[in-house]
Design a protein around this ligand. Structure first.
Ligand code: C2E
Ligand code: MG
Ligand code: MG
Length: 688
């Protein structure tokens, strides 16, 4: 009955009782010619010493810590027998008494021999039976232990059997896990496997509780494990089975999840959340002064469009690597999303220091370009300083953003430090930009149309579609204001698509098959899908391609002449006409006129308005008209406001005109007479 503290003592008493019974029964069979007297003090002493030694023998046998403890137990058991026997014999006194006759034999020799033989045979028989039982028992337990071992080895978890804190056995999983064999571990203390002694103590003191610690390997390395101990009764007593679960994979997964939650997967930089919490930490620590730098890559969208997303990703990674390589200790770069990055620089307290840092960052973008043919990418940077530009994260970030906006507006590849003056203008732009994003859904955009007509004929030849934005609070916002903003933010793509679709849809309903001219921004032209989109819209609205004219300004072409040319050729291949808008204001490059497949030149209105007062303007208009004739391109004069201007253009054999004199831009209903001949125009007051 293992597990009970008093069992060895009770067992020892049973053994002592056995020895005493044997001794005193023997003595009572002793026949001498005299009286046997017992000294009861010796009797008690004999019983006492027998009991004490027996109990000690049992105690050592069951709980002996040493492998050879059983030898001590044997010696103690011998001491129990001898001490009881000899002490009892010392208390015997025989007083001679001749009156007592000792019979020569109590039983006859024959019977005695028989009895001794029988007793001997019984003892031998019992001995043999015990041996047979013992062999059978040990075979059975061998089979059982073998089965248990197989079962234990099949377990994926490591298993240790310990006696106290010393290891008795282990399974193969554990041996593999710590790189030691079971034989090496047997007899070793638990701290061979688990260096943390506090955990070892807790493990045995609180069975069934899960603990985490490190497993010591044979080579001195460690790995995280989870332990749980369970008490079991095993052969000679109470043992513990310790299950050891390897946590390496789980810990790695946890680390990865933690990393992903705080970092950007593409560049490995801290992400937006981490950036915000570091910024808040710096603010909370009342750091003497630090700088927030907002970075936005210049024309990154083009990289993606031209080279594909894989190269775009590579560029982002290389930007992250180059910039972080140039940062000093304590400076953190984070990726906020897309092509936006931010740098926190504790210790950068003055404008001069911040400017140096920004220059370093811009410089590091160009250093050692290893991207082959790819153009080096540049970045614009906006800087806000704590505490002068803001004492909370919201103010700092919004001011850094404002400064970034100004850096972009000032030609990119540069940095700007926030100052309060830039705030108002940039904020205004930001607000417009924000409202513009929802303008389509909110139905705030609509089209006005302005007629175009031949100089000599009275009939209208087509209309130009001009975009209008009625802002719910600001009223009408001029396209001269919002189109550049939409181009900067990219919302021109959606807006331009909407304009093209609306204009084509409108024109397709006209009874009179008139041309519709639509202004197209450079940003749209450089979209890889532009021609396909135009085609889709023509199919969708059913407008014949030759009735559509696309107006492009020269500035749209110069950014990348080859791409612009490719895009215009594709559009032209659809049968769509292309007009060069605002000619005279931009580069007015003759080589562009020749190289691009234009169908028409539109002279900018600013020249027309001065033809009668300014000789130079008149000369320019004449020259452009001559150019058109030479290149066989019709010329349209914009902004014709007076009869005198019209007269001049007629004399100079201009082809077409457009301007307030012939009609101000207005809703199409105003021109119903022209689009649907024979029907009356509605009277609508002109808004523009
Ligand atoms: P634009 O394409 O050169 O358009 C002609 C501009 O001159 C229009 O200004 C028109 O209202 C104005 N205009 C027409 N006749 C006269 C006149 O006799 N006198 C004066 N003073 N002005 C006249 P608006 O509508 O303000 O548009 C300005 C510019 O905004 C346009 O110049 C065009 O570049 C751009 N824009 C307009 N709508 C769109 C559009 O849908 N998409 C794109 N990308 N740009 C557009
Ligand atoms: Mg135009
Ligand atoms: Mg124009």
């Amino acid at each position: 009955m293992p597990g009970r503290r008093l069992q060895p003592a009770i067992g020892g008493l049973v053994v002592a009782l056995g020895i005493a019974t044997m001794h005193y029964v023997g003595m009572s069979a002793f026949k001498v010619p005299g009286n046997i007297r017992w000294d009861f003090a010796f009797v008690a002493a004999s019983l006492g010493s027998g009991a004490v030694f027996s109990i000690m023998a049992m105690q050592v046998a069951v709980h002996g810590l040493h492998a050879k403890s059983w030898l001590v137990a044997v010696a103690l058991l011998t001491a129990a027998i001898c001490s009881l026997h000899f002490t009892a014999m010392a208390g015997v006194e025989i007083v001679e008494n001749p009156a007592i006759a000792v019979p020569t034999s109590t039983i006859s020799d024959g019977w005695l021999a028989l009895a001794v033989t029988c007793a001997t045979l019984v003892v031998l028989g019992l001995g043999l039976a015990a041996i047979v039982l013992d062999i059978r028992d040990s075979r059975r337990s061998e089979v059982e232990v073998g089965r248990l071992r197989e079962l234990a080895n099949a377990s994926v978890e490591g298993l240790l059997i310990c006696d106290g804190d010393s290891i008795v056995d282990c399974n193969t999983s554990l041996a593999e896990l710590c790189g030691r064999s079971g034989a090496d571990l047997a007899g070793q203390p638990l701290k061979t496997c688990f260096a943390d002694e506090v955990v070892v103590k807790e493990l045995l003191a609180r069975p069934n509780e899960v603990l985490e610690t490190n497993l010591l390997h044979a080579d001195g390395s460690i790995s995280p494990v989870e332990l749980i101990a369970k008490p079991i009764s095993f052969s000679r007593g109470l043992r513990y089975v310790v299950a050891v679960r390897d946590l390496t994979d789980r810990k790695r997964a946890e680390r990865e999840i933690h990393f992903l939650a705080h970092h950007d997967a593409l560049t490995g930089l801290p992400n937006r959340n981490t950036f915000h919490s570091r910024l808040n930490q710096l603010i909370a620590a009342k750091q003497s002064g630090f700088a927030v730098l907002y970075l936005d890559l210049d024309r990154f969208k083009e990289v993606n469009d031209l080279f594909g997303h894989a190269i775009g990703d590579a560029v982002l990674r290389s930007v992250a690597d180059r910039v972080t390589a140039g940062l000093s200790n304590g400076e953190t770069m984070a990726r906020l999303g897309g092509d936006e990055f931010a740098i926190l620089s504790p210790g950068t307290a003055t404008s001069a220091q911040a400017s140096k840092l920004a220059e370093r960052v811009i410089g590091s973008m160009h250093s050692g370009s290893d991207d082959g043919e790819m153009r080096p990418i540049s970045t614009s940077i906006g800087i806000a300083l704590f505490p002068q530009d803001g004492t909370d994260s919201e103010a700092l970030l919004s001011h850094a953003d404002t400064a970034l906006y100004c850096a972009k507006a000032d030609g990119r590849n540069t940095f700007r430090l926030y100052d309060a003056d830039m705030g108002a203008e940039a904020r205004e732009k930001r607000l417009l930009e924000h409202d513009l994003r929802t303008a389509i859904e909110q139905r705030q955009l609509h089209l006005f149309f302005q007629p175009q007509q031949g100089v000599t004929s009275e009939d209208v030849s087509g209309f130009e579609a001009l975009l209008r934005w009625r802002h719910p609070e600001r009223g009408d916002v001029s396209p001269g204001v919002f189109i550049p903003i939409a181009e900067e933010t990219g919302s021109i793509l959606d807006i331009g698509r909407w304009v093209l679709r609306e204009a084509c849809r409108e024109a397709s309903t006209w009874e009179n098959r008139l041309r519709i001219a639509v202004n197209v921004s450079a940003v749209q032209l450089y979209e890889p899908d532009f021609a396909r989109e135009v085609h889709a819209i023509l199919l969708e609205t059913g407008l014949s391609p030759h009735l559509l004219e696309i107006e492009i300004t020269e500035t749209a072409l110069v950014r990348d002449l080859n791409r612009a040319l490719a895009a215009l050729r594709q559009v032209k291949a659809l049968g769509v006409c292309i007009a060069m808008d605002d000619f005279g204001t931009g580069y007015s490059s003759l080589s562009n006129l020749r190289a691009f497949p234009f169908d028409k030149i539109k002279i900018d209105g600013s020249f027309i308005r001065s033809v009668n007062s300014n000789e130079q303007a008149a000369a320019i208009v004449r020259a452009v008209l001559g150019l058109g004739r030479g290149l066989r391109l019709p010329v349209l004069a914009e902004g014709v406001e007076t009869d005198a201007e019209l007269e001049f253009l007629r004399n100079e054999a201009c082809d077409e005109v457009q301007g307030y004199l012939l009609g101000r831009p207005a809703p199409i209903e105003v021109f119903r007479r022209m689009t649907h001949p024979g029907q009356e125009s509605k009277t609508i007051s002109l808004a523009s």
